[in-house]
Design a protein around this ligand. Structure first.
Ligand code: ACO
Length: 323
């Protein structure tokens, strides 16, 4: 019988330090009003000095393991989505593997920037469905505060740090509601490489660089590409937007989120939004939002959840999950 990846636990972690728009306005030519109106962001969290992407990832994964009633030794696979690894190599996932007490299987990073969590979920789901692993931890973890140009008001106000994780288990009988990852859909278009990038790296400049973005172009692409990806995910499963319980989008900007929901004809109360308190945490934003909506009882077993994200590359994708 065909295998399916079921979500058996989720967890999230946010660093303690809150940075409000007012805090930013005290040192930059910006305002709470401008940031809220353009993005929906009110505050973001920032990792403490010495607190690394791996630390955030370990906290989130430990919470997902506890939620699943599992320990690190039960895991066959870790796929960590990040664009802000602790070091250029090795994969941050291997540090997380050791700290979770997992001494077998495989752990590696995937890099699709803000779309990273969808790419990581697809990678783990494929491994589980092929029988290459029976359990997996999919993590999105980022410390974007380390790659921001804090003099550039057009980018530094948009991002925050955080991590989220989902524990998956392969099941051969998904049950009457057919719980599990129904499908994943990945895309990229490298012609837009320069629309959102970091102006450094080991092969180009030998230092890690800062984030640069053509905001308007990204905005225009995001609404269009994400709407196509969610249509693709729904039609691949013979479903329509009316069947959805929740849309859990990448939290980049409330106007992008509203634009996609409007195109789907989805009422705002079916959209999980954490942008006001988390800002854009790149690959961490979807699992952070999922963990919030599970913790407050909105997402429940059997619910149909659609996730979607777009980021640098451009890379984008969507996935339908029967929770
Ligand atoms: N505070 C005050 N003024 C600002 C700020 C700021 N933080 N940033 C820019 N401005 C000014 C600009 O200098 C410009 O001033 P000018 O007209 O005097 O030149 C004015 O505001 C308008 O700037 P635009 O860049 O045209 O502003 P826009 O309305 O496009 O909003 C934004 C910018 C919010 C970035 C928008 O383009 C956007 O949402 N883009 C999507 C990008 C995104 O979400 N990226 C996240 C990463 S990718 C992803 O995760 C999908």
């Amino acid at each position: 019988m065909a295998l399916r990846s079921q979500v058996v636990g989720c967890g999230a972690y946010l660093p303690a330090q809150r940075v409000t728009n007012h805090d930013l306005a005290a040192r930059l030519d910006t305002s709470d009003e401008w940031i809220r109106q353009r993005t929906g962001i009110g505050e973001r969290r920032m990792a403490a000095p010495g607190e690394l992407t791996s630390d955030l990832a370990v906290h989130a994964a430990e919470r997902a393991l506890a939620d699943a009633g599992m320990s690190g030794g039960d895991l066959d696979l870790i796929v960590l989505a990040t664009a802000t690894p602790d070091n250029t190599f090795p994969a941050t996932a291997t540090k997380v593997q050791a700290r979770l007490g997992m001494h077998r299987g495989a752990a590696f990073d995937v890099q699709a920037v803000c779309a990273g969590f969808v790419f990581a979920l697809a990678t783990a789901d494929n491994a589980l469905r092929l029988g290459q692993a029976s359990t997996a931890m999919v993590i999105g973890a980022e410390t974007f505060s380390r790659i921001l140009d804090w003099e550039d008001r057009s980018t530094c106000v948009l991002f925050g740090d955080g991590a989220g994780a989902l524990a998956l288990r392969a099941v051969s009988d998904p049950g009457p509601q057919g719980r599990g990852v129904l499908s994943t859909h990945l895309h990229s278009d490298g012609r837009y490489y320069d629309a959102l990038y970091v102006d450094g790296g080991p092969s180009s400049t030998r230092h890690s660089g800062f984030l640069r973005m053509e905001g308007r172009e990204i905005y225009r692409q995001a609404v269009q590409r994400l709407s196509e990806a969610v249509d693709e995910a729904l039609s691949a499963n013979g479903l329509s937007a009316a069947d959805l319980d929740w849309l859990v989008p990448h939290q980049a900007n409330s106007r992008i989120i509203d634009g996609v929901a409007r195109k789907l004809g989805l009422s705002p109360d079916k959209v999980v939004s954490t942008i006001e308190h988390h800002a854009n945490t790149s690959a961490a934003s979807i699992p952070l939002a999922l963990a919030c909506a599970v913790a407050d009882g909105r997402i429940r077993p059997g619910h149909l959840v659609l996730i979607e994200a777009l980021g640098g590359g451009l890379a984008w994708g969507a996935s339908l999950v029967r929770w």
